[in-house]
Design a protein. Structure first.
Lengths: 165, 714
């Protein structure tokens, strides 16, 4: 039995605990950001285990893999957080069960019993103006009007209209 | 020179058919009748020349002349090709004794050559056929004038004449079968000529389907002939030596072959079980009814049985069946014709009845009977074509109306039609000295003779003439004469005695219904239906001239050819079927039969005059008296209904069942079921795709747990 085994055991226990917390959190929570953090937790648990084994065996391959997974996690975080922003804009909520629409077409929706009848308050959020509109012609920033306002006309059409007038 | 004469006969109508087919619609149009008339006319001239050539032994010394056209196909077994067998086949083919090759040497080869075979039988048929066809073509030029399918009509008529000529000139059974089907096709096309009318289309279909039944029998007969005789050539199959050889080995086989061939003849010649198509075929144009369904095509069955006489001579039971079916049909059709009100239908049933007479003559098995049947065929062609063309002339004038109750008293309006129709009706009724009298009398005396002199059956006399086969055939014949051939439990003389009475009653009925139609149409107060319009006058001369020519034939042909006067016909046909029958010299005038038939004809005409020629209430009272019988006759003995119930409806039900099975079982269960199966299987796991991310994650976790557990506890 190698000498570093008790220390390895400690690392492995911590890694397994991290993975388990992450897994339980991922399954139990519905907030997208918390779920994402839990997924990161699982990833870090696995990374820790890899590094521990690498050190125990005296090879580099586990550590190289851990570096790779870190880079991957960073990219994943960038994409996932951007998606969360978009989803939040559309649903005004971070509850993942709002997005059951991707089920089979003829399946009934799973009702959300824990949420109660109370709907979350209607709130509106600041948004960036659409790209491609001349700054001086941009409509007044009206936070409530973005749904009913007509879409801004393209630049060429507006310019032609002004010349005509 | 003579070969070219023979080749020209079918060539002219073929050229006419092709010319009209190619040029008719665009170039010839209203002149489309010229190729048909010229083709048939030239062909008729050649045929008449041929008859005289055949009739004089100086020009054709042998009774049969065969002109090969081309070799259609040849099937030979392997050993046939292996040896130097080409010479052998040549020798076999020219084996003039006509004996079959030994069974061991017979290697099931088959060689079919399209050839034109002329003997006096086919020459007679040819002359009658082309002559009547020419007259009908001339008549049709007037009758069909202005029809939309004018050129189509003459194309199909020319095709028919060509096919019929080839049928008559066939040199083997397969060639005969091919053109048998070809005339059936032309009949179908011409019956359904006015295909826009549903009745015409249905009649064409019926004619075709009913003929299929008969043709099936004919086909089986041809197969049997090939397996039994190893050849299809008339030359070999109909030679007495070959028949005696086969009869010695397998006596029943000849009978089966005869019955199969006769089934084909029954279909084509509209005899009892299959006669139902002919009256319906009257939906076609009247010249077609005259040419195809009275004079020529329907006599193909008679021709077939006459051609196969050597075979029938070896099967006395088959001959009795032929005679019985013929006599029964003659009586049945005459009974139906009594009450029909459609002029063309009366004539159609009369055709069926007269064809029954011909089969009766053929079935006597005597040389006189066969020549009487062919004689009746020729005279009947003339007077029945005449009657049909006369009916067509009436129909032309009456604007298409053919129901005899709706017109009457046309005597003064249409004098030519009146006189020619009268001649035709007298000939059909068997009025003394007209053609029908002679031929019908010949048939009746042949039946009489068969009933009384049955001791000398033709079989024994034929067998006695053949030295090689006398022992074997004589044995079978003595076996026959011990028990005597029986049909329906009747001995041969009893049967022919019965048939003589049936034929005599038929003769009486024939005279009656013919003159009933005649008096209803031409006598009594003048009645013209409103459809006639300005047409109600005599037909143009292009239609009247053929009527008069045919009337001449109906008047004189019988006396010119009968054995009691010139005897041309009997002499003529003796040569056609050499070797089977000795040329019979007994030329006694059968006064009893002659007196009987004269009496019957006069009685029938007189009865018709009493009932329909004078304004009398007799017909109505008689009809009321014999109510059920009248209804039976009016409804054609309910035969159409019986066939409908026994055959048509079960078949329709079967078809519906098949359709249902196809729809439910094949399409629904098998094809559709297999198609639906993946969908059904896919429906099972569909609920787990519920869109909840946690559910997916849980499923993955659990699956991972199960996997780990399996891996770790192994």
């Amino acid at each position: 039995m190698p000498a570093g085994e008790p220390i390895l055991n400690n690392y492995l226990i911590v890694g397994a605990l991290l993975f388990t917390f992450g897994l339980v959190g991922f399954l139990a929570r519905r907030n997208l950001i918390v779920m994402f953090l839990c997924a990161e937790l699982m990833l870090q648990g696995v990374s820790l285990t890899l590094v521990a084994f690498s050190a125990f065996h005296g090879t580099w391959s586990g550590q190289v893999l851990a570096i790779f997974s870190l880079a991957l996690a960073a990219a994943e975080a960038g994409i996932a957080l951007a998606l969360f922003v978009v989803l939040f804009r559309r649903g005004s909520s971070l509850d993942v069960s709002l997005w059951q629409d991707l089920r089979e077409a003829d399946q009934p929706p799973v009702p959300d019993e824990s949420a109660g009848d109370e709907k979350p308050p209607e709130t509106s959020w600041p948004h960036l103006p659409p790209a491609g509109v001349l700054p001086q012609d941009a409509p007044e920033p009206n936070v409530h009007a973005h749904k009913s306002a007509p879409p801004p006309e393209p630049i060429g059409a507006e310019a032609a209209g002004r010349k005509h007038a | 020179m003579l070969d070219w004469l023979i080749r020209l006969i079918p060539l002219f109508p073929l050229i006419a058919c092709l010319t009209t087919l190619v040029l008719g619609a665009r170039v010839l149009r209203e002149k489309s009748h010229w190729p048909a008339i010229l083709g048939c006319g030239l062909s008729a001239i050649c045929s008449l020349a041929l008859v005289f050539c055949v009739n004089s032994r100086e020009i054709i010394p042998q009774p049969v002349r065969t002109v090969p056209i081309y070799r259609w196909f040849e099937v030979a077994s392997r050993e046939h090709h292996a040896g130097n067998s080409v010479d052998q086949t040549a020798r076999k083919a020219t084996d003039d004794a006509g004996r079959l090759p030994d069974n061991a040497a017979w290697d099931r080869s088959l060689e079919v050559t399209i050839a034109l075979r002329v003997d006096s039988l086919s020459a007679t048929m040819l002359a009658m056929l082309t002559f009547v066809a020419t007259l009908v073509a001339i008549y049709a030029a007037g009758y069909m004038h202005g029809d939309r399918g004018y050129w189509r009509f003459f194309t199909e008529v020319s095709l028919f004449v060509f096919s019929m000529i080839m049928l008559v000139l066939s040199a083997n059974f397969l060639e005969l079968y091919v053109f048998w089907e070809a005339v059936g096709l032309c009949s179908y096309l011409l019956v359904g000529f006015w295909y826009e009318r549903p009745a015409a289309a249905a009649a064409g279909k019926k004619a075709f389907v009913v003929n299929r039944i008969g043709d099936f029998g004919f086909a089986v007969g041809v197969f049997l002939i090939w397996t039994t005789f190893g050849s299809l050539d008339f030359e070999k199959v109909l030679s007495p030596a070959a028949i005696a050889e086969v009869g010695a080995k397998n006596p029943a086989m000849i009978g089966w072959i005869c019955m199969c061939l006769f089934l084909g003849a029954v279909g084509k010649s509209a005899q009892f079980p299959l006669h139902v198509w002919l009256p319906d075929a009257m939906e076609g144009p009247t010249p077609v009814s005259a040419l195809i369904h009275a004079a020529t095509m329907v006599t193909a069955g008679v021709y077939l049985v006459a051609r196969a006489t050597p075979l029938f001579a070896a099967a006395p039971e088959a001959q009795m069946v032929v005679a019985f079916i013929g006599g029964f049909t003659a009586l049945l059709a005459a009974l139906i014709a009594l009450t029909q009100n459609d002029l063309k239908r009366v004539l159609a049933y009369s055709t069926v009845s007269q064809l029954g007479y011909m089969f009766l003559g053929l079935g006597t098995g005597l040389m006189t009977g066969i020549s009487a049947a062919m004689f009746h065929l020729v005279t009947h062609a003339f007077f029945k074509a005449l009657l049909f063309l006369g009916a067509g002339s009436v129909m032309h004038a009456m604007g298409g109306v053919i129901d005899m109750r709706r017109f009457g008293g046309l005597k003064t309006k249409m004098p030519h039609t009146y006189w020619t129709f009268l001649i035709g009706a007298l000939a059909l009724a068997g009025f003394p000295l007209l053609s029908g009298f002679w031929s019908k009398d010949a048939i009746l005396s042949a039946v009489h003779e068969a009933g009384h002199h049955s001791a000398s059956t033709p079989h024994s006399s034929a067998a006695a003439d053949l030295p090689e086969s006398s022992s074997t055939a004589g044995d079978t014949d003595s076996a026959h004469s011990e028990q005597g051939p029986r049909l329906l439990g009747m001995c041969r003389p009893c049967l022919y005695e019965l048939l003589l009475w049936m034929a005599s009653i038929t003769a009486l009925l024939t005279a009656f219904y013919t003159f009933r139609a005649f008096f209803m149409t031409f006598h009594g107060p003048e009645k013209i239906p409103p459809e006639a319009g300005h047409h109600a006058h005599e037909s143009p001369s292009v239609m009247c001239i053929p009527l008069w020519v045919l009337a001449g034939g109906a008047l004189a042909l019988g006396a010119a050819l009968d054995q009691h006067t010139t005897g041309m016909f009997g002499r003529f046909l003796d040569w056609a079927i050499p070797g089977v029958y000795p040329a019979q010299q007994e030329e006694h005038v059968n006064a009893f039969i002659m007196g009987l038939s004269t009496l019957l004809a006069l009685a029938g005409i007189a009865a018709a005059y009493l009932m329909y020629g004078t304004a009398s209430t007799l017909p109505a009272r008689l009809a009321a008296l014999a109510g059920p019988l009248t209804r039976l006759s009016q409804n054609k003995f309910y035969l159409d209904e019986v066939y409908s119930a026994l055959i048509v409806w079960p078949l329709k039900a079967l078809a519906n069942l098949s359709r249902f099975l196809d729809w439910a079982l094949i399409d629904g269960l098998i094809v559709g079921g297999i198609g639906k199966l993946p969908g059904l299987v896919g429906r099972l796991p569909r609920p787990i795709q519920n869109g909840l991310v946690q559910f997916y994650a849980l499923a993955m976790t659990l699956a991972l747990g199960v996997l780990l557990w399996v891996l770790l506890t192994k």
